[in-house]
Design a protein around this ligand. Structure first.
Ligand SMILES: Cc1cc2nc3c(=O)[nH]c(=O)nc-3n(C[C@H](O)[C@H](O)[C@H](O)COP(=O)(O)O)c2cc1C
Length: 434
């Protein structure tokens, strides 16, 4: 079968400055309506999944005055969406650093049951200091140690998901026996970071296992992704870096003995207009409404302090930390954004709204062309799409870009399967024997 393009939607409803774009209605009820609407629209466009990012904190203090409060908690949000949609995958972010593996395993398998096999887990290691402050305040763990913790957390989750096999439930009414005790696998995990006895009392879920997503960029992060992830998220600003990244992940996955490399789905922000000129006008609206102080607040998270700097002067590169152990990937990315084309500070801050991804501003054809270029050129197996936040952009994509992708034979006309795993073309792992 030929390769298939995959499309995911970044679902976080009120990221960045989008609460103040013209036409946006705020408040919890309106935001819930817009999330449901977005999920239904993505499903109408036969997208693989909606994805919710999460950082377990409200951001650095300097961002508080400028930030919407309606970025709902991912697991509960997708539980609601599972009742509003039928085929769309539901991918949540769960932190291997701060969320206990037992909780994660239980919530994810529950979600897989509730949704009829549409759950996915974005495994993150949580880099934010403000998140560490919400979980005991011992500070952010060293970068590579976070990945060792994540590997062990994942091992525990996988063991817990294996607790029940296909023939563990016997439901013998006469004998009063529901489960064959000889077929319950008790993890009994006793490792460096976690002690979890188990088992997890949950029947095998429709996908057998929720799909594993991950977004490592550093050496340790890429190694983790290449070994464990089934889909790799990434933010790569241009095609060449995108292809280099995808090839490195595929190569490392092969070296790790995987017959099938993970799918690579970079982020792609888009601003859509019926013509390129209309898209540029939308872009100007975004520029006029984004909040530079909000972006400055977030940059403090990665040790870049631009407080009080002149917004219309060149970027004061001296304010960038050289390289810190915890934020090396982010810092390198911001340095590229700050130096390419010598932007003013305000222009640089606008770029950071879509920091780690590719971006296209244009007509439906222009957006379809960019998707096709990355897909055919081996830089992407699909994309996480980030609509600009101006109302109507996702609908525009589904009504005008998706048909072009279909006509070009790049994208499906109907869902091929019932589960997220099937729609992504990923095999279900076998149960362990014994
Ligand atoms: C598309 C995308 C989505 C991400 N979502 C989250 C998220 O929801 N929560 C989080 O803590 N980190 C998130 N990250 C950050 C990554 O998990 C990772 O920390 C980052 O890419 C840096 O890589 P490294 O950990 O290998 O240094 C995301 C990254 C990308 C590219």
């Amino acid at each position: 079968m030929s390769r298939e393009l995959h499309l995911l939607l970044l679902g976080n409803p009120r990221s960045g400055s989008s609460w103040r774009y013209p036409g946006v209605v705020n408040g919890p009820a309106a935001v819930l309506r817009s999330v449901i609407e977005a999920a239904k629209t993505a499903e109408r466009g036969t997208f693989d999944a909606i994805f919710f990012a999460d950082t377990l904190n409200y951001g650095p203090d300097a961002a508080w005055p400028h930030k919407s409060t309606e970025d709902f908690e991912p697991f509960t949000t997708v539980a609601a969406l599972s009742r509003e949609t039928e085929r769309l995958g539901l991918v949540v972010t769960g932190s291997a650093t701060f969320q206990a593996p037992y909780h994660l395993a239980r919530q994810l398998i529950s979600l897989d049951h509730l949704s009829g096999g549409r759950a996915g887990w974005n495994v993150v290691t949580s880099f934010a200091r403000a998140a560490a402050d919400n979980f005991g305040g011992a500070g952010v763990r060293a970068h590579d140690e976070r990945y060792r913790v994540a590997a062990e957390a994942l091992e525990v989750v996988l063991k817990l998901w294996d607790s029940w096999g296909p023939d563990t439930i016997v439901e013998d009414h006469a004998a009063g026996i529901y489960n064959d005790p000889g077929r319950i696998r008790v993890p009994g995990h006793d490792g460096e970071f976690f002690r979890v006895r188990g088992p997890l009392g949950a029947a095998p879920s429709p996908q057998r296992r929720p799909v594993l997503f991950q977004a490592g960029s550093s050496t340790a992060g890429r190694a983790f992704a290449a070994r464990h992830a089934e889909v790799v998220f990434t933010g790569q600003g241009d095609f060449d870096r995108g292809r280099e990244f995808a090839e490195s992940i595929r190569g490392q996955a092969r070296s790790a003995g995987r017959a099938r490399p993970p799918l690579v789905t970079p982020s792609l922000g888009f601003v859509l207009g019926s013509t390129d000129a209309e898209a540029k006008a939308h872009e100007q609206t975004l520029f006029e409404h984004f909040i530079p102080e909000y972006q400055i607040g977030w940059l403090q998270e990665v040790d870049i302090d631009l407080t009080g700097a002149d917004l219309d002067a060149p970027v004061p590169i001296a304010a960038f930390a050289e390289s810190t152990e915890t934020h090396r990937t982010a810092l390198a990315g911001y340095r590229v954004l700050a130096t390419r084309g010598n932007p003013t500070l305000r222009e640089f801050l606008f770029r950071t709204v879509t920091a780690f991804g590719a971006r296209v501003v244009g007509s439906p054809e222009a957006i379809a062309d960019e998707i096709e270029r990355w897909f055919r050129g081996g830089a992407a197996d699909g994309f996480i799409l980030g609509p600009s936040g101006i109302p109507g952009q996702l609908e525009g994509f589904v009504d005008h870009v998706v048909p072009i992708l279909r006509r070009r034979g790049l994208f499906r006309r109907a869902y091929p399967g019932q589960t997220l795993r099937a729609n992504l073309g990923l095999p279900a792992p076998d149960f362990p024997t014994g």
